[in-house]
Design a protein around this ligand. Structure first.
Ligand SMILES: [Zn+2]
Length: 232
């Protein structure tokens, strides 16, 4: 382990957010087997910190050459502290899946309470620069699998029950589910499923950053070191 406080791996730009922030990723050194995406929901900054800490736990040469990383897919939401982007759109409901809907969908104020608020899905599928750029990045990298980091539902969602998802559950003790339990029109996972792109949603537990870094980051580090099964 060579822990560092600063991120030293080079970041490449793949787009620009609504408010002009750089959308960036760390590129795999060779064929991209796995793309890991954090910070899609601005209210889940723990995912960005966890992925950053995992990268900073390793010497750059110890990161497996087959993984690409997006630390902050929604930089405006992370800056503003909002679930959606600067247009108020939930990026994870803005993907061009067959069930995308123009009407607002809902999200919970607290994950474990019933109260729901409307949230926009965008004027058209992939109307938001952050989702359009992420789709373009996926089309360019052509990863074999995508792993997205979320919180705080404490589970791993993978309808295909892939080897990687099963392995993450074994490492973290989180349950493997094939449905998150509520409708997600226009979600990235649904879009990916329709393209036969294996997609795993890793939902961190409802803990603070410190606790999550202890409970989840060691598993992320193993993935980055190439110790996890990276084939679907
Ligand atoms: Zn989320």
């Amino acid at each position: 382990m060579q822990k560092r406080t600063a991120l030293t791996l080079p970041l490449k730009r793949y787009g620009t957010s609504v408010r002009g922030a750089r959308l960036e990723y760390i590129a795999s050194q060779s064929r991209c087997d796995l793309l890991i995406v954090a910070g899609i929901h601005g209210e889940e900054p723990e995912t960005t910190v966890a992925l950053s800490r995992a990268v900073r736990s390793l010497a750059p040469e110890d990161v497996t050459p087959n993984v690409s990383l997006v630390l902050a897919a929604n930089p405006d939401g992370l800056t503003l502290g909002t679930r959606g982007n600067a247009n108020g759109v939930d990026l994870n409901r803005n993907f061009p899946s067959s069930n995308w809907q123009p009407q607002p969908t809902t999200c919970r104020w607290y994950a474990d309470e019933e109260e729901e608020l409307p949230i926009l899905t965008g004027e058209t599928p992939a109307s938001e620069p952050e989702s359009a750029a992420l789709i373009k990045l996926i089309d360019t990298l052509r990863p074999r699998m995508v792993l997205t980091l979320h919180g705080p539902l404490a589970c791993v969602d993978d309808p295909q029950k892939s080897r990687l998802a099963t392995w993450i559950c074994g490492e973290t003790g989180l349950p493997l589910v094939s449905d998150i339990g509520y409708p997600t029109p226009g979600s990235m996972g649904t879009w990916a499923g329709e393209r036969n792109l294996p997609w795993i949603t890793w939902e961190f537990p409802p803990d603070g950053v410190e606790k999550i870094c202890k409970s989840q980051v060691p598993t992320l580090v193993k993935i980055l070191k190439g110790e996890a099964p990276l084939s679907p």
